[in-house]
Ligand binder design. Structure first.
Ligand SMILES: *Cc1c(COP(=O)(O)O)cnc(C)c1O
Length: 350
């Protein structure tokens, strides 16, 4: 293995900076299950304000935030509508069924925005035979579609139609920060159209752990109970909340650099035989390989040269820019990728 590794597998691989560790070390703490942690309270109040919601709840992971939201909105036997490649559907181990007892109805889309007419068609009339659709989940930015941004107009129209039918909306905003920085549309403007929103501090903001669920007061009170039941009640967790506050202060504006680097990475990989590159909207570059190349063989060859990316399917690769990859890392990734893919395609790989 080469000494310096350019790790583009995920924006979760970042390590806390020295300044973040210092903020953690000096954080005021208390037992948060008993409501005594002042730093957690500051973080929750700050996110409530940022989202324009009444309250927020600090949770260990984005998965737990999403799962708790579903448990708040829907009861066992209820149906939840989601996009087919949604993280909640694909990457949370069937928690919709296992944790919330709900059915998932998935709808395919091109870019992560499920067609509104299909969402409405899935909300059936009241009938003793039917499961009740209680919740529609959306994801912004959309991980599975390559960090795509939901258009704000779309979210507004979807939300109005869904709410008119008495159904709630949850936003999986693990990377909503990226939508904010890429478009200038504030977190509150996105969140205004949903009843709950989950955001991660460990996705590109550089915190070691931590996500947050925001919503109205009743929802947050219910969420606090569900969090405890799932084993997510944490004690002197201001240590982690301090890392998240530090991330909010120092690591949000710089996401624009990650977006620029993703565009540079995509441009650098353009035009290789057997490789097609999606134009990135935020910090995720999706690559599709063909002509005898497989994601697995290409990733293995890249890793030997110290460039790591993530397999997203048999022929699909995801590369994610983040705090711990600078301009020279991107240049190196481009150089190594072009060399490796060029050779493999030339050799009639794999
Ligand atoms: C990563 C991610 C999550 C889950 O976050 P964890 O902290 O890894 O549990 C949820 N939704 C999306 C879109 C994600 O990318």
């Amino acid at each position: 293995m080469p000494e310096t590794v350019v790790d583009l597998r995920s924006d979760t691989v970042t390590r806390p900076t020295r300044a973040m560790r210092e903020a953690m070390m000096t954080a005021e703490v208390g037992d948060d299950v008993l409501g005594d942690d002042p730093t957690v309270q500051i973080l929750e109040a700050r996110i409530a304000e940022l989202t324009g919601k009444a309250g927020a709840l600090f949770v260990p992971s984005g998965t737990m935030g999403n799962q708790i939201a579903i448990m708040c909105h829907a009861a066992p036997g209820d149906e939840v509508v989601l996009e087919r490649d949604a993280h909640i559907f694909l990457h949370e181990q069937g928690g919709i069924a296992a944790n919330a007892g709900c059915l998932a109805r998935v709808i395919a889309s091109e870019t992560g925005a499920i067609p509104i007419d299909e969402v409405l068609a899935s909300i059936r009339s009241e009938n003793i035979h039917h499961a009740r659709v209680r919740l529609v989940c959306v994801e912004n930015t959309h991980n599975g579609h390559g960090g795509t941004i939901l258009p704000l107009d779309y979210l507004r129209d979807l939300s109005k139609s869904v709410h008119d039918r008495g159904v709630a909306m949850h936003l999986d905003g693990a990377r909503l920060w990226h939508a904010w920085i890429a478009t200038g549309t504030s977190i509150a403007e996105w969140a205004a159209h949903v009843d709950s929103v989950q955001m991660c501090f460990s996705k590109g903001l550089g915190a070691p752990i931590g996500s947050i669920l925001a919503g109205e007061a009743d929802l947050i009170a219910a969420a606090r109970r569900h969090r405890k039941r799932l084993g997510g009640g944490m004690r002197q967790v201001g240590i982690l909340a301090a890392a998240c506050l530090h991330a909010l202060d120092h690591h949000v504006d710089r996401l624009a650099d990650d977006h620029r680097r993703a565009r540079e990475l995509a441009a650098g990989l353009e035009g290789l035989p057997g490789v097609s590159v999606n134009e990135p909207q935020t910090n995720i570059v999706m690559l599709d390989v063909g002509e005898g190349l497989t994601a697995e063989s290409l990733l293995a060859a890249l890793a030997e040269r110290g460039v790591r990316m993530f397999q997203f399917g048999p022929t699909r690769i995801r590369a994610t820019t983040h705090l711990d990859v600078d301009d020279s890392g991107i240049a190196r990734a481009v150089e190594v990728f072009r060399d490796v893919a060029g050779r493999m395609a030339g050799a009639g790989a794999p």
